[in-house]
Design a protein around this ligand. Structure first.
Ligand SMILES: CC(C)(COP(=O)(O)OP(=O)(O)OC[C@H]1O[C@@H](n2cnc3c(N)ncnc32)[C@H](O)[C@@H]1OP(=O)(O)O)[C@@H](O)C(=O)NCCC(=O)NCCS
Length: 176
């Protein structure tokens, strides 16, 4: 059984919990307070989109996982990872990983632990491969994914138009 929680250096416990519709406000709390550097690395989002994700939860094959901490008696969502899945016969063996960790908790091992937890979830659900797209100018994310066993499968120049400029996108994958 893969650990569902781990401890930060300061002793804070981070728990990984399947998202449910009652987490809507906590998930919005995570996204709506992200710093500008983190926002730059993610596709655009707004409250309507987060509500749509929450409403769609019952339809998801794989539920997103939230990273939770208890801050002085108050539960807070500080990270989220998702597995986007296409159930068509040619694609159902793989899923696309998405991840975000709140700025307040970046650089403390949450991202790496959450990626490895999602690898475990994917394996346990019988998936064969995880893939993801990451902006080429996101060195921290690239580092974390390589550390977690993902390999670069290709790079697509000017693949994404975002905030007034084109971005190269790196496609990464890990066969499980
Ligand atoms: C990418 C992200 C998920 C990583 O989560 P995290 O909790 O910060 O990751 P960790 O603390 O586990 O690890 C960070 C690692 O990056 C390294 N790192 C930090 N800045 C770096 C940089 N500029 N270049 C290379 N490596 C860097 C750290 O040294 C650490 O590596 P180590 O464990 O080998 O020492 C998080 O930063 C995030 O949510 N960013 C904004 C959203 C995003 O980019 N999502 C991914 C889109 S595909």
């Amino acid at each position: 059984m893969y650990p569902q929680s781990f401890s930060l250096d300061n002793g804070t416990t981070v728990s990984f919990i399947e998202e449910s519709p009652r987490d809507l406000e906590s998930v919005w709390g995570l996204y709506s307070t992200l710093g500008s550097e983190s926002r730059k690395t993610l596709p655009p989002f707004n409250r309507k989109l987060i509500e749509h994700w929450s409403r769609s939860l019952p339809d998801y094959t794989f539920k997103p996982v939230l990273a939770n901490v208890n801050e002085g008696g108050v539960e807070r969502v500080i990270g989220r990872a998702s597995l986007t899945h296409d159930s068509s016969p040619a694609l159902k063996h793989r899923a696309e990983l998405g991840i975000v960790v709140h700025d307040d908790y970046q650089g403390k091992g949450v991202g790496s632990n959450l990626v490895l937890f999602m690898v475990h979830v994917a394996r346990a659900k019988g998936l064969r491969k995880l893939t993801l797209d990451v902006f080429a100018d996101n060195p921290r994310a690239l580092h974390v994914f390589v550390e977690c066993g993902f390999v670069k499968e290709g790079q697509f120049p000017d693949h994404y138009w975002f905030r007034g400029e084109y971005h190269d996108v790196v496609r990464m994958g890990r066969v499980l």
